[in-house]
Write a protein that binds this ligand. Sequence first.
Ligand SMILES: Nc1ncnc2c1ncn2[C@@H]1O[C@H](COP(=O)(O)OP(=O)(O)O)[C@@H](O)[C@H]1O
Ligand SMILES: [Mg+2]
Length: 331
Amino acid sequence: MKKNILLLFGGGGTEHDISIVSSKYIEKNLKEIGLYNVIKVEIGKDKIFRKINEDGQNGETVELNFKRQLVGSAVEDIHIVVPCIHGPPGETGEIQTFFELIELPYIGCGPEASLNSFNKVTSKLWFNALEIPNTPFAFLASMEDKQRAHDLFDKYGRVFVKASSQGSSVGCFQVFKKNELDGALESAFKYSNYVLVEKMLNARELEISAYEYDGQLITTVPGEINCPSKFYSYQEKYDPYSKTTTEIIAPGLSAESIKKMQDYARLAFTHLKLRHLSRIDFFYTDESEIFLNEINTFPGMTPISMFPKMMENNGHSFNKFFKDLIAKNIL
Ligand SMILES: Nc1ncnc2c1ncn2[C@@H]1O[C@H](COP(=O)(O)OP(=O)(O)O)[C@@H](O)[C@H]1O
Ligand SMILES: [Mg+2]
């Protein structure tokens, strides 16, 4: 009998719909691999798990129990999970904590690496500890710390305010005027417990795919996001009329800059103990400074997403990558 792969997606966060699109790419690959039975389950905005039928429609409610079984009208053993979730509860590590508890194998980073990478404040502290350059910042635990944000604004003249635990540019605000700073901080606190304030850069946005392939950690050459508005906002990311374009190979970078970024990506991957796959995003300024911006522990896999394209461009088949990962980890 074929073993069962649970393909989980959704999650109810701001990137819910994106993860549905990513899951279709994974499903297509799993079907091409052909060795397994793929069970698709969407975690709804109401947190309920629903099986998705062959016709793509919502089916019955199901539950994953402590015996690694998916229970609905039938009871099915699950042999591995692919948590294809961007943002909570996947990139936050919550769902992986449950898989660890019930000893169910899964693809991607563990709970600790996920949470450390998702929280923008925590990841900054890690980058500093690892001496990986990142944008100058201050962080606030409450509005009582707002003087730190004001000091940073006075120093740099414009800042970026970000909710600490969000993705897809939600809870991110550009602040050009000091009298708009407190409003941005208060808005960011509506999304997260901590708020990060960063020097606003004028920089190119570069991304590296970092993944394990044939027992080796691979870091690709950087690709580029060209966002004319210089703020790769939620709308720019996902609106069909977005003016943003991407390039699989960022043009005109020196071999030295590429090597530096790859070294930082490798350092972050190994020391934050990422696993299997990630996309690591950088800023590259006019002065050729390199700053690590963030790590995505379950990168997008939509038709416009960079992760699989950069992997393929690097001469590695996503299908083989996924096939090997499943074979190595399945019960
Ligand atoms: N310090 C900064 N200076 C200039 N632009 C920034 C800065 N930080 C973020 N941005 C812009 O905001 C976007 C979203 O920020 P990011 O930290 O990547 O959050 P998210 O996790 O939501 O993708 C970036 O892609 C970039 O366009
Ligand atoms: Mg980002």
